[in-house]
Design a protein around this ligand. Sequence first.
Ligand SMILES: Cc1cc2nc3c(=O)[nH]c(=O)nc-3n(C[C@H](O)[C@H](O)[C@H](O)COP(=O)(O)OP(=O)(O)OC[C@H]3O[C@@H](n4cnc5c(N)ncnc54)[C@H](O)[C@@H]3O)c2cc1C
Length: 376
Amino acid sequence: MKKKIAIIGSGIAGLTLANFLYKKKELDFMVYEKNESLPLDEGYGIQLSTNSIKILNQINFNKINSEKIYHPKGVDIYNIQNEKICDLDLVKLNFNDNKYTTLQRSTLIEFLKDDIYTQHIRFGKRIKEVSELKGKVLIKFDDNTNDLVNFVIGADGIFSNTRSFFEKKKNKPIFKNAIAVRRILKSTSDLNIDQSKISLMMGKNCHLVIYPINKRKELNFVCIVRHNKYDPDNIKTLIQKVVKQNSNLEKIFEGDLTSWPLFTTPKIFPSTNNKVFYIGDAFNGFLPTLAQGAGQSIESAYELFNLIKDERGDIQNIYFQERSKRAKIVRRRSNFNFFVFHLSSKFMQMIRNFFMKFLIKRKSFINSYLGTVYKN
Ligand SMILES: Cc1cc2nc3c(=O)[nH]c(=O)nc-3n(C[C@H](O)[C@H](O)[C@H](O)COP(=O)(O)OP(=O)(O)OC[C@H]3O[C@@H](n4cnc5c(N)ncnc54)[C@H](O)[C@@H]3O)c2cc1C
């Protein structure tokens, strides 16, 4: 009989795993999502470096409508006054068909849902109870349906509810005293930036990132501001912290803004049940300062798929060892960038800029700092 897998959550991690399982055919699976639909009208952008594109291309991401994605050639780095410090060539980190890609998250979700939507996703499902039965896991949902499965995959994001059913040890996400503000832009005429690249502007206790997300020249704008309290009805205070450093930035905040408090998971814990695995943010949530959240969700789904498919013994141990090694590298770099992007002292900023200019041209540095993450 085919082994059965329940994937809890239909974000990037859950849907990526579902696509690989669909391709394999020898395993039975179902994605259980708490919401009633997939968020296909959501505007915000994501960056995917070559490590995740290489995996997605195995499920035909290279055939996606090219109008809906963008391949930025580099990153221009500025101070908050829009004065250029240095730039990074991203093309050098591409290889063959695997190119650094930017797109709307909804474009990726739309792509990932295509093959599995009708047969393999069930909406409005939340776990109510779990138990062991005949060496399998019996999941009861709050709409009184149930499923008996060989493996449960928690892909339900940083606040994973799946963890609370299987793990005694709490790993409560911590608020990083920082908030992200986002919107989609049609133009950035008040700023002197190259709209075909990723622009990073570093200010005191804040940074801004702008990049194209499709060939229609729409741009994703995200600003991360350090602030110790999150009040979605009062993001004006945050905006003022940025705009007072450069008044030309005022216009960029005009329009429909969305905000999020930034959380990370403090520790990386293995699953205590050998039939239960965590992928994506449910495994470990990162700060967005290396733009690797989605990429690591894709990587973790792919790693787990390969272990399950190959029926490797001791899957749990191998998965955790490999995944935690990778997550620690990304976490260290994301945390370091978060610190470096937000320096408040002018003197420290000068030193940072000097080192950035120097290091960004050093192939060995780029290969070890980014190359290990974008590993080909
Ligand atoms: C400001 C910001 C900018 C970012 N920018 C980037 C970027 O440029 N590049 C990048 O790679 N990443 C970026 N990320 C991170 C990235 O978006 C996430 O890391 C990634 O989407 C995580 O995917 P996931 O599938 O693990 O979880 P999620 O996307 O959180 O999906 C979880 C799914 O599970 C469902 N769910 C939750 N609870 C339950 C439940 N109890 N039962 C059933 N279903 C449930 C949810 O509804 C959702 O569909 C950014 C994040 C932030 C906050």
